[in-house]
Design a protein around this ligand. Structure first.
Ligand SMILES: [Zn+2]
Length: 423
């Protein structure tokens, strides 16, 4: 039904995203990485950008401590809060959160939460009305993520409903900047989805990709996904990389956001693929289970309890050194390593603030390495201890060999990074 619906109508470009303009300022030679500026109305953003996920009523509010590039919230989360929702709708999202009016805000529709209730009937107009009241910088269309473990027909129905919602929201939209979202679990699906989207809205200035979280996860049986794609990809993560590359190629000039995969390590992989924008709630989640983030390192636990797959901060010399160098608002209040460790271990808010700072600094660092056109070395170093390292050949045009000492083609990445600590 939707197929006819889209094919019988010419692209109408009903609501051109005239207030949104994206300019790429610099591209790199050996990767897809780029830096640029997105302007939406009066709001300007430097890319790549990371939106920190925030929940209604959540603490801490990192924007009270330092400048944030952007904040992401979930429409359903706001809907569900009754009185708070009314207040937010009256005040607008920035005033409600106490954010500076110039701080960019991105609202996700929360379609995946509707799916949990097995509900494909949510009204996109309700979401649009909420967006109009909250006035975020960008609002994502009501979309339904794909699940790699359900029947193909179920996923097809979800994507068709996402297309119907996209058309409806763009038709009814007044002056909001909407983000259409592509969902695909194969390269051919991604190409088709981009074509279908183009038929509805023309060339997008802003576009998102969803449904990649299950492909990037490690704790499911990745083989099943690979079998479903006829063995064309080494792992579900390799497939995710190819989906992103496909959408990037289809919409080379668009501001490209990928939902839900903005961890401190994953972000570098994504940005090197030419993704302009990511979001993450990881700064809170990791703080919640007692871990902090440090540049180029995985989770480090502040406590002293040994458990499987846990690396304790106190037992990692490199992590200790990194913590001593941390300039986050929490660490800056404590001069010694021991005091910092106690401050972080004793408080969720302190860990979350520290993590938020590290997330933002990592994005800033990436941007500087694009300016220096040395993304390949930087990303190789940041991923050298991560399982994501196996994806690097798929990311770099030139395949580089990174050995355990941090050498990329005769160039010692670790030393270079240490020398350029200011980056
Ligand atoms: Zn810190």
């Amino acid at each position: 039904m939707t197929k006819e619906y889209t094919e019988q109508r010419e692209p109408t470009h009903m609501t051109p995203q005239c207030s949104a303009l994206y300019e790429v300022e610099k591209k790199t030679r050996s990767t897809g990485a780029r830096i640029g500026k997105l302007r939406v109305g009066d709001t300007k953003m430097s890319t790549p950008i990371l939106w920190l996920g925030h929940r209604v009523g959540g603490t801490p509010k990192p924007w009270q401590a330092f400048h944030l590039p952007g904040v992401l919230m979930n429409a359903l989360d706001i809907f569900a809060t009754g009185q708070a929702s009314q207040k937010a709708r009256e005040a607008g999202i920035n005033r409600y959160l106490g954010l500076d009016p110039s701080c960019p805000t991105l609202l996700d529709s929360g379609g995946y939460l509707y799916l949990k209730r097995n509900d494909l009937e949510a009204d996109p107009c309700d979401i649009l009305n909420l967006y109009e009241d909250l006035a975020p910088t960008i609002g994502a269309v009501l979309d339904y993520p794909l699940d790699p473990f359900v029947a193909i027909e179920v996923n097809q129905r979800r994507w068709q409903q996402t297309l119907v919602n996209t058309r409806l929201m763009f038709e009814r939209n007044g002056h909001l900047t909407l983000m259409p979202v592509v969902h695909a679990h194969s390269v051919s699906q991604a190409q088709k989805a981009c074509t279908e989207l183009r038929e509805i809205i023309g060339e997008p200035v802003i576009v998102g990709i969803g449904s990649l979280v299950p492909l990037m996860r490690t704790h499911h049986d990745g083989r099943l996904l690979v079998e479903r794609t006829a063995g064309q990809h080494k792992s579900s993560r390799h497939l995710a990389v190819e989906v992103i590359k496909t959408v990037r190629t289809e919409f080379p000039d668009a501001f490209l956001h990928v939902f839900g995969v903005g961890g401190t390590t994953t972000m570098h992989l994504m940005f090197a693929l030419g993704v302009d924008s990511l979001d993450s709630i990881g700064w809170r989640l990791k703080a919640g289970y007692g871990a902090i983030q440090l540049p180029g390192l995985g989770d480090r636990f502040t406590g002293n309890e040994h458990r499987r797959n846990r690396t304790l901060l106190i037992e990692d010399a490199v992590a200790k050194e990194a913590l001593i160098e941390c300039q986050c608002p929490v660490c800056q209040e404590h001069s010694t390593f021991e005091r910092r460790l106690i401050a972080l271990d004793s408080s969720f808010n302190n860990r979350a603030l520290h993590n938020a700072w590290v997330f933002v600094q990592e994005v800033n660092a990436f941007r500087e390495w694009v300016k220096a056109d040395s993304v390949e070395q930087f990303v190789s170093q940041r991923l050298q201890h991560s399982p994501l390292k196996s994806l690097l050949p798929a990311v770099f045009d030139r395949i580089s060999k990174v050995d355990s000492d941090g050498w990329v083609g005769g160039f010692n990445v670790s030393e270079h990074l240490r020398d350029s600590a200011a980056l």
